[in-house]
Design a protein around this ligand. Structure first.
Ligand SMILES: Cc1cc2nc3c(=O)[nH]c(=O)nc-3n(C[C@H](O)[C@H](O)[C@H](O)COP(=O)(O)OP(=O)(O)OC[C@H]3O[C@@H](n4cnc5c(N)ncnc54)[C@H](O)[C@@H]3O)c2cc1C
Length: 458
């Protein structure tokens, strides 16, 4: 056990109640208890895993107590913050769930611009805490996504090319390890390295994150381009042209191409003016490529972010990483087949987003994909029940096409439980170092899910 200047007998000073205050006891919920279903519910409604007990934590001391309880009872521990994991890696069947939505404290230090957040904070609350005070943290767009899971797996969004990933803004974390001891990355820099992209449910429970923030841009310019009624070749042509246009964008711009049925949609955003030369050049090129558009919109920054909040859940879906690319060439052999499948499969969406820019210059970290300027995502949505057979077949066919094209690098925050070699896909070059930290922080493998970092030798 490491006893640092910030921990004493395994309890941090921050975790202790103020003198004279009585802290309400940690609540454990079991199936059938009021509140159990709500605490369990993940964003993806097809996940039916049911923990045997849920510890609804409100303080770091609760988290310590919950982990010690799991150790005594020999239970595996799952960790749930925002609950947006694509495939339920924040739940388990019959074990203990540490549920953190009640730990959503936030504090901005006006002098340093440093922002300290509890693990239960959602992106929408992060933005609303910062932007009115002129600051912001570059993160993802969907308001309900947890800042915890997003940061611990990387965290990209409309502003990553200009400022870097969310995890690149991380300055320190506090974490309760597998023995129920508090660790602080200010004493253990390896923990910070790991939590920048390699920390999802692997070593312990992060109870506090401190980030550096950026000056909030005053406005966000955006423009949507649509091409409808396309056949598979038309979709493929639009995507190829988009790769060329997107590769030339300056760092304040983000873009995504979304293929859905017979339609290709392109989103273009910029923290600079829509009248600027780069935005205008890209817009002209997209119009020449056959897209139509109603024109650009420039909105106050906070209001613009709200429009990207996404659909409320829970809802059924099967989304996975479709891999990292250097450019269209990486997808060339697969593109025609992917477009044919998407064209023929209702509910299947193939999307590519821009990365690059400041991400490539980020700090040394467990996130190992900095050289890739594009990230793909394969999405499947349906109304209710199990995934329709045709949609499942289309999904499998696109995954097979990507595999055959040699696309083997994947984003940890878009996990795919079917990936055989997920260690190398998510953490090429950093996995063994993560395993060493696992051995130090969680030698009993208390924290585990289907793709959690294994102990060395496993
Ligand atoms: C609708 C939607 C939109 C998304 N948009 C984006 C986007 O714009 N950009 C992007 O990069 N990603 C995006 N994602 C992916 C998202 O980053 C991941 O799903 C992320 O892991 C979710 O974090 P969470 O806290 O909500 O999830 P949870 O399900 O609570 O947790 C996810 C994982 O992190 C671990 N974890 C959670 N909290 C802690 C903690 N305190 N300590 C240690 N481990 C913890 C869990 O064990 C689990 O493995 C999106 C996902 C969805 C469903």
């Amino acid at each position: 056990m490491s006893v640092s200047r910030r921990t004493f007998l395994g309890l941090s000073m921050a975790a202790l109640p103020a003198w004279g205050q009585v802290r309400p006891a940690l609540r454990y919920l079991q199936p059938g208890d009021a509140g159990y279903e709500e605490a369990r519910q993940p964003f993806n409604s097809i996940i039916l895993l049911r923990p045997g007990r849920i510890a609804c934590c409100r303080t770091e001391a609760d988290v310590i107590a919950a982990v010690r309880h799991a150790k005594e009872a020999g239970l595996p521990v799952a960790i749930k913050s925002g609950g947006h994991d694509f495939h339920g890696f924040s739940l388990n069947d019959g074990g203990l769930l540490v549920e953190l939505s009640g730990m959503a404290a936030r504090a901005l230090d006006a002098k340093t611009g440093h922002f300290t957040a509890g693990p239960g904070l959602k992106l929408r609350d992060c933005y609303s805490a910062l932007i009115p005070r002129g600051r912001f943290l570059p993160a993802g767009s969907c308001g309900g996504v947890g800042l915890s899971g997003l940061t611990l797996g990387g965290g990209y969004g409309l502003f990553s090319r200009e400022f870097g990933l969310t995890c690149d803004h991380l300055l320190s974390v506090r974490l309760v390890d597998g023995q129920g001891e508090v660790r602080d990355s200010r004493d253990e820099p390896e923990l910070l390295w790991a939590c920048r992209g390699g920390g999802n449910g692997n070593f312990g429970i992060v109870t506090s994150f401190t980030f550096e923030t950026r000056a909030a841009p005053p406005t966000l310019a955006s423009r949507k381009f649509v091409a409808k009624g396309l056949d598979a070749r038309g979709l493929a042509r639009c995507m190829e042209r988009w790769f060329e246009i997107a590769a030339a964008l300056p760092e304040p711009c983000f873009s995504a191409v979304i293929l859905n049925g017979s339609q290709a949609t392109v989103l273009l955003t910029s923290t600079k003016s829509a009248d600027g030369p780069a935005f205008v050049t890209a817009s002209k090129a997209l119009l020449q490529a056959g897209f139509t558009s109603k024109g650009p919109l420039t909105r106050p920054f906070a209001r613009a972010l709200v429009t990207y909040e996404g659909r409320p859940g829970p809802l059924p879906f099967d989304n996975v990483s479709a891999g990292y690319y250097r450019g269209h060439d990486d997808l060339k052999s697969a593109a025609a087949g992917i477009c044919e499948t998407v064209r023929a499969t209702p509910g299947l969406i193939f999307q590519v987003n821009t990365l690059g820019g400041a991400i490539a210059r980020g700090p040394d970290s467990a996130y190992p994909h900095r050289e890739f300027p594009f990230l793909g995502e394969l999405q499947a949505y349906w109304e209710k029940g199990a995934i329709p057979a045709k949609l499942a077949a289309g999904h499998a066919s696109v995954r097979a096409a990507l595999e055959a094209a040699g696309i083997r690098r994947h984003y940890r925050n878009y996990p795919d439980p079917r990936l055989a070699d997920w260690q190398t896909a998510y953490f090429p070059g950093t996995y063994e170092r993560l395993q060493k930290l696992k051995a130090t922080l969680d030698p009993d493998d208390r924290f585990r899910h289907p793709q959690s970092v294994r102990l060395p030798g496993n």
